[in-house]
Ligand binder design. Sequence first.
Ligand SMILES: [Fe+2]
Length: 253
Amino acid sequence: MVRIDVLDPKYQLSDQYKPDKEKQYKHPIEQDGWVIAHNALRGEIQLLRDALYAMKQRDQSLQDWEVASLQSAIDGHILHMLGHHSNEDDIVVPECRKRFLYPEKLETDHEILVKKIETIKGIMLGLDVGSKVDNLLHEWIEYQDMMLPHLLEEEEVGLPLFRSYFEPKAAAKITQKIARQASRLEMGSFVYFLGTEKFRSMFMKNEGIPDFVWFIMFKRSHKIFVQQFITNVEALTSGTAPTEPKCGSCNIL
Ligand SMILES: [Fe+2]
């Protein structure tokens, strides 16, 4: 991993906040919630790419259930992706700008990615029985090629700066705020791609989240994500209609 020099004075805004906090963290950067959130987005993007590729290989016109499953899964990803950007733009970045010079590019990348996902949404909404997925797969690969370097840049630039300027207690407050505001689908994806056991034994402990919150919030979020996203992409990849009921209104929760 290429890291920036967090000690570079160009990032420091005042003597009140110095880039000397990283050593206070007990968990490595790979276990940071920011990276885990990105792993969830990467996981969804890859699974949807696999599903679209499998559908293209089958070379059949879409059936009714495939249209519904594809729309449900992509709609879920879009909600997650926009929610994730909102966490960064509305919660994390304003806090960062109180302590250090947050690189503009990381925010402006979001606008480009949103334009791309709007194109994908338009294609997705236009799908009907008999449609083919070639155009959607092409756009999805382009989207993946734009998103992955962006996520990596945030991890190599934004995150090391964040952990240098924010002590673990202040960082945990921000993480907890995000967890409270995130949609069920977004949190469910976060839990799913980390794994439920690791989420409870590692992430919740790292962030000081009490164990009972699993039962009143995260367990249900995980279930909703599996219903709306995983069940549908697995069905699309295998070519067999999902047996679980589709969770049509999950993304409203
Ligand atoms: Fe991000």
